[in-house]
Design a protein around this ligand. Structure first.
Ligand SMILES: [Zn+2]
Length: 408
């Protein structure tokens, strides 16, 4: 066993690409991404292709919570990582939850860690887009980048139990935090196969955490520089509803790549039995994977510029609306502190305390949020008269109220 590992290590050394300049490196990596490999992984993980598991053949049709097929999917991922010469590890953070990951040590600054990740669990459906697509791209990254010497370390990680509330990634980021790892950048992939209107739009969700905004800019620039056929859009503040948010909790730089979550072309088959690969836009999927893989290679090989600060959110806060006075619309921003997941409401009242509308009423994780409020609608015209109004943010025991003025 040890002997075969040494031989494998030698083989990898001989086969590793020689040092090259960074633009050749990215060009080469982009050319190595293979749509057939990506497609096959999605087909296996969404139950369209048989998978040879031990001595039997299985269709993985449900990667949800406690299912046997969730375990098989995890084993599939581990075997794939091992097949690239990486050493897959299982992070059994609780009895029903298991992250699968592999570390590729950097050759120059091995203590600096970059992460490319996706969740592999799903909710009782084929889950081709959500999120066999992201999982396939992470495995494709591992297949290609394991053959290169990059200056910093990369962790390839596939999370379990994202669908139950980012549980796998919460435990994983906590583990890295406890190990005092220097997490320099995280790219999370969640739903990168659907582009119904074929506008090539991909969203890069970011927030003011660490260098997350610089990281999003870097990915956008890389997309343009290498003419990847996508139309990237930066969303700031972006959503907290996927695994990158677990890294924001520690003030680390992280972004999410996703199809149009906010842009109006979100997968209509999301969380349904029709989330199958036949609804993918294959060119789009291919290019999203290429962008993600080139981006992680690029940042693991050079440092992202920007002021590296841990911007932790300590408390709930409600900002003064802007503009104020307003007519007819205004933006209200608020923050939910780290390590919080709670019901948050944001309501508007008149001066007599009568509720006018509820802008937010949802279970929310940490982050900076913004909401638009309009005192005008296209059908009925103005919905409020000029004057002073109050808005109140509530979460548990916390409550804060501010005033705003509508001037018509
Ligand atoms: Zn998802």
């Amino acid at each position: 066993m040890i002997k075969s590992k040494i031989i494998l290590a030698l083989f990898i050394l001989i086969n590793n690409h020689a040092a090259q300049n960074s633009s050749d490196l990215i060009t080469n990596i982009l050319s190595e991404v293979n749509i057939d490999t990506l497609k096959k992984t999605v087909q296996i993980l969404s139950g369209e292709l048989l998978y040879n598991y031990n001595s039997s053949q299985v269709y993985i049709t449900n990667r949800g919570g406690k299912s046997t097929e969730n375990v098989i999917a995890g084993d599939f991922i581990g075997k794939k990582l091992n097949s690239f010469g990486l050493s897959a590890q299982s992070h059994d953070y609780r009895s029903n939850g298991r992250n699968i990951f592999a570390i590729q040590p950097g050759v120059a600054n091995s203590t600096e860690v970059y992460i490319i990740c996706a969740h592999y669990d799903n909710v009782n459906n084929p889950g081709a887009d959500d999120n066999a697509s992201g999982t396939a791209a992470v495995l494709e990254a591992a297949r290609i980048l394991s053959q290169y010497n990059l200056s910093c370390s990369i962790i390839y990680v596939l999370f379990d139990e994202e669908e139950s509330g980012l549980i796998g990634s919460s435990f994983f980021s906590e583990k890295l935090h406890n190990e005092s790892q220097q997490v320099k950048g995280v790219i999370n992939l969640d739903m990168i196969g659907y582009d119904g209107n074929n506008n090539h739009a991909v969203e890069i969700h970011t927030q003011e955490r660490g260098n997350s905004i610089d990281l999003a800019d870097h990915i956008l620039r890389l997309c343009k520089e290498y003419r990847i056929d996508l139309a990237p859009v930066i969303i700031n503040p972006g959503t907290n509803r996927s695994d990158h948010a677990s890294f924001w909790n520690y003030g680390w730089s992280a972004v999410l790549l996703i199809e149009e979550l906010y842009g109006g072309d979100f997968n209509p088959y999301y969380h349904s039995l029709d989330d199958v690969i036949s609804f993918f836009n294959m060119d789009y999927f291919y290019n999203c994977a290429r962008l993600a893989i080139a981006s992680i290679a690029s940042i693991a090989n050079e440092t992202i510029t920007g002021n590296s600060t841990d911007l932790r959110i300590e408390n709930f806060s409600l900002k003064q609306n802007f503009p104020n006075p307003f007519n007819p619309g205004t933006v209200i921003e608020y923050s939910v502190p780290d390590n919080t997941h709670t019901l948050v409401t944001l309501k508007i009242y008149d001066l007599l305390g009568r509720e006018i509308t509820t802008l937010v009423n949802e279970e929310t994780g940490p982050g900076n949020y913004s909401v638009n409020f309009k005192a005008y609608d296209g059908l009925t015209g103005y919905t409020l008269s000029s004057g002073l109004y109050l808005y109140t943010l509530r979460a548990g025991e916390y409550s804060e109220t501010k005033k705003m003025i509508l001037v018509r």
